[in-house]
Design a protein around this ligand. Structure first.
Ligand SMILES: Nc1ncnc2c1ncn2[C@@H]1O[C@H](COP(=O)(O)OP(=O)(O)OP(=O)(O)O)[C@@H](O)[C@H]1O
Ligand SMILES: [Mg+2]
Length: 248
């Protein structure tokens, strides 16, 4: 990977939900790029388009216009099947609600993307052990989600997102359902594991302390990028968000 090359970028992204007088313009011309190994946070008032942007970055939703480029691939015009394969090969997702399968153990949940993609589980034995150690769940690998705490469940979800070594990890409010202490340990983990495997993380969050873990914070308001900061502290983030919310 060349220096400065983007793992994912979007150009002049527009997203309109619905048609006619009830149409909602969720994104109004967003252009952004994320480099290899970068940890970026997206913040902004409720309804500003954060989840929409994340879903489009992850090829879970199509833009109304504009381009999404993953590596060297322009996603416009790719078939659903090709998009699915690209998502499985290159992306990992972490959501606010951990979305674990209740009947599977922690280990089986982590391995789910491997099974879905049709790869041999045996090839992942060492990597799985590494990941479980990294997220501190070696002793809990046989437990089902209802036997795990919220923080443990989110750690399972993070290990699941990382298991196939994606280039890009997309996280929407990964700490939204965790207390602040558990949340910050989950974030440290996300940062450490991404650093270890060289992954790019794009995380949506409402929490200035969570965003302060990222090296770059992008502020959205009303479907547009309105501000950006490099390694801002939590206090600075809090001030900027307060300004945006009072303007909105
Ligand atoms: N499927 C949909 N159909 C219609 N409108 C939608 C849909 N999804 C999102 N919207 C609208 O698009 C806008 C942006 O929504 P989005 O979910 O991206 O906001 P958000 O910044 O993630 O907000 P929050 O912080 O509350 O999660 C909102 O006005 C929302 O109501
Ligand atoms: Mg959202």
């Amino acid at each position: 990977m060349q220096d400065g090359e983007k793992i994912v970028s979007v150009e002049s992204l527009e997203k309109v939900y619905g048609t006619g007088p009830t149409a909602v313009r969720a994104l109004k011309g967003v252009s952004l790029g994320f480099g290899a190994g970068e940890f970026a946070a997206i913040m902004g008032p409720s309804g500003s388009g954060k989840s929409t942007l994340l879903h489009i970055l992850g090829a879970l939703e199509e833009p109304t216009s504009g381009r999404v480029i993953v590596g060297k691939t322009d996603l416009s015009g790719l078939s659903d099947r090709k998009l699915t394969l690209l998502r499985r090969a290159r992306m990992g997702f972490v959501f606010q609600f951990f979305n674990l399968i209740p009947t599977l153990t922690a280990e089986e949940n982590v391995m789910l993307p491997v099974l879905i993609s049709g790869e041999k589980a045996a090839a992942y034995r060492e990597h799985l052990d590494d990941l479980l150690a990294l997220v501190g769940l070696e002793e809990r690998r046989g437990h089902r989600p209802d036997e795990l705490s919220g923080g443990e469940q989110q750690r399972v979800a993070i290990a699941r997102a990382l298991v196939r070594n994606p280039d890009l990890v997309l996280a929407d409010e990964p700490t939204g359902n965790l207390d602040s202490k558990t949340g910050s340990s989950v974030l440290d983990l996300l940062r450490e594991s991404a650093a270890r495997y060289g992954q790019t993380i794009v995380m949506v969050t409402h929490d200035p302390r969570a965003a302060a873990v990222a090296e770059r914070v992008i502020f959205l308001a009303d479907g547009r990028v309105v501000d950006e900061a490099t390694r801002p502290g939590a206090d600075e983030i809090f001030e900027r968000i307060k300004t945006l919310e009072s303007a909105g």
